[in-house]
Design a protein around this ligand. Structure first.
Ligand SMILES: Nc1nc2c(ncn2[C@@H]2O[C@H](COP(=O)(O)OP(=O)(O)OP(=O)(O)O)[C@@H](O)[C@H]2O)c(=O)[nH]1
Ligand SMILES: [Mg+2]
Length: 245
């Protein structure tokens, strides 16, 4: 790890059909990004595929988790892994083909101006390709709701494609982060926004996954929205019981 180094965290569960091209895209995107695959011991052999293809590649790392699985648990473990190893810029993105690695240099560029850079479907110029009107409305509604409940100014609060300067991640109280599932995306965003870190949105076009299966369903989505109230309680930038910042 050298000064100014950048790591891209890729949480995976059954992405053997997608992970190779995504990691390839990260390595080839320019800017010397390293990749960290955080796999929950996927039964489809995702980890074995990564080892087989990138075992000799020094810029590719992998953590295989056993025990309780979850997008949130995997993401938190990835961030802690990155902080322990001194990376200066830390990114996360889905490994299902929805997030184009070619956007990474734009996010890195934005981190020259802001503490956090979010690849945003809802910023002017952004969008969602391959999705019907109903699914796009779900994205819009979920984000309108989260902006209000969490008091966020970011348009795309649920985008799991983004980057952080190290200082912002160091300020997150990781021992209190509680979302085991995808709600960790808004939990970490709320943690940094409420601590005053600046956030820039970079427009990007999300592409519906072509291979593999989505792990998101309406139950998970709904529970994630309810969880916003708990997120506010546990991620507040001061101890609410003390009453003062
Ligand atoms: N390690 C790990 N990764 C997960 C888990 N669930 C989902 N992921 C990964 O998180 C990323 C996003 O998951 P998706 O299933 O595409 O869910 P989504 O992108 O929120 O929802 P869609 O809108 O349906 O694409 C993908 O790279 C998944 O492989 C999990 O339990 N553990
Ligand atoms: Mg997806």
């Amino acid at each position: 790890v050298t000064m100014g180094s950048a790591l891209v965290i890729l949480p995976t569960y059954n992405e053997s059909e997608n992970i190779i091209s995504v990691v390839r895209g990260v390595l080839d995107s320019g800017g010397n990004f390293e990749a960290l695959v955080v796999d929950d011991d996927s039964p489809d052999g995702t980890a074995a595929a990564v080892r087989g293809r990138f075992g000799a590649e020094a810029r590719v790392h992998m953590v295989v988790r056993t025990g309780p699985r979850g997008r949130g648990l995997a993401g938190a473990e990835g961030f802690k892994w990155a902080l322990e190893r001194g990376y200066e810029f830390v990114f996360e993105m889905d490994a299902d083909g929805s997030h184009d690695p070619a956007v990474l240099p734009e996010l890195l560029d934005a981190l020259g101006r802001a503490d956090v850079a979010v690849a945003s479907r809802l910023a002017p110029g952004g969008g969602e390709r391959g999705r019907g009107l109903f699914r796009r409305l779900v994205t819009l509604a979920a984000n309108s709701y989260l902006r209000i409940v969490l008091g966020l100014k970011v348009r795309d609060c649920t985008s799991g494609f983004r980057g952080f300067r190290r200082v912002a991640l160091e300020a997150v109280p990781w021992e209190k982060v509680g979302a085991a599932g995808p709600a960790i995306v808004q939990e970490v965003l709320y943690a940094v926004a409420s601590r005053g870190f600046s956030i820039e949105e970079v427009p990007f076009v999300f592409v519906e996954r072509a291979e593999g299966r989505s792990k998101l369903n309406f139950r998970i989505l709904f529970l994630g929205l309810i969880e916003a109230f708990w997120i506010r309680g546990r991620m507040a930038p001061f101890d609410s019981r003390a009453g003062h910042p």
